[in-house]
Write a protein that binds this ligand. Sequence first.
Ligand code: FAD
Length: 433
Amino acid sequence: MDTPLENPDLIVVGGGPAGFFAAITCAQQAARPPRILIVEQASQVLGKVLLSGGGRCNVTHACYDPAQLVTYYPRGAQALRGAFSRFQPQHTCDWFEQQGVALKTEPDGRIFPASNTAQTIADCLTAAARQAGVVVQTQTQVEAIDATGAPEARFNVRLRSGTLSLPPLAAGSLLLATGGNAQGLRLAASLGHTVQPTVPSLFTFSISDPRLEGLAGIEVKPAGLRLLDENGAVPRQPGMAQAGAMIITHWGLSGPVVLRLSAWGARWLHERSYQVDLSVNFLHPRSLEQALDVLLATPRVAAQAAQKTLAKSAFPELPHRLWRRLTLAAGIDERHHWGDLSKATLRRLAEELTQGRYRISGKGQFKDEFVTCGGVDLDEVDFKTMQSRRLPGLYFAGEVLDVDGLTGGFNFQNAWTTGWLAGQAIAQALNSD
Ligand SMILES: Cc1cc2nc3c(=O)[nH]c(=O)nc-3n(C[C@H](O)[C@H](O)[C@H](O)COP(=O)(O)OP(=O)(O)OC[C@H]3O[C@@H](n4cnc5c(N)ncnc54)[C@H](O)[C@@H]3O)c2cc1C
């Protein structure tokens, strides 16, 4: 562990990716070597980086147009638009590659270290911080911050290690990079900031339904999912209907489309204790009427092909076991002959295929990535500098803000962008002192 600094120019609360990136940027861009201290409560820094992306760390995403990039953020898109025009995934890639980290882009756009291990990213950040003269103090929690206001901002920081109170520190600038941690948000509130309540984002859906039982592992590509309100309608807010790959699991539904829907619907689902109805279209983008047209045409086609029973699916793209289950759900045995089915029965089947209703009974875990939505209110932060609009000298970066992205490297990109902007602005402020 490094020796703590006395009277640092900048105290960074939180040794995660946002805190490290801000500290390194500030040290590299200041005219004279600044005294920067990162205070981390855990015994190791960058804990989430090491866990991230299933141990591989999905560093960022190959999306280089700020206008498109912001569409991956259910919360924070507007504030990030300008921020991404200054620091976006291309800058992230350039930065890591300049530090000697080779990166690779997967076909879906996710970017990982070529080594396939998150340790590469953690090692890179700790080495760059050490080289820039940034001091790190672990196993130390910031328990309270007293601030004297403008014109001469000064932060007195009270520290604790286990049950031991440590001597307080004072600094001219302070960066809160405490992630979704409740204690960090309490610090922000104690400094006069509004905090939007935190709730989980990026999770899977728990569904117990006989139609899905025994089908774990089946992938539907693409499925169309819609959250339904108490009246059976899609709620009037963005992102409540999504399409993409879906996987049936032992506990319900997962896959990119479910994670996306969980992120957009995070707050809405939380308010309903994760007990809502979901409409599933296994034949997306076909509508009910289009599916019915195919089903009505099938008896003629099937008769010609001498496949007279429903054992042969009308939709070759649908996994056979799922087809069989959905025909049973519509009250039809697969030994039925196509020619025997009434239009009403075929409509029931089309409904099951394109508008099946499932009851979500809770949220499941997605172990590769997890974030909270909520945090410091964005209207109170200047996104050019990441400085507080309430208290000069106070800065924010990363997940402590009310920003969260979809899975795919977008949450780290928020940490890199806001960390870089904060570090640069703090360096400029130090240079002009
Ligand atoms: C399992 C998992 C996998 C993930 N995988 C990915 C991925 O592949 N790609 C992606 O883009 N995102 C991923 N994420 C999300 C990503 O990790 C976070 O968005 C990102 O770490 C946020 O960075 P941060 O620096 O803002 O906060 P954090 O990484 O949470 O760091 C904050 C740090 O502050 C410390 N701290 C908090 N309060 C105090 C205090 N009072 N005093 C001292 N220290 C304090 C905490 O201990 C923590 O170390 C994943 C998340 C999880 C949980």
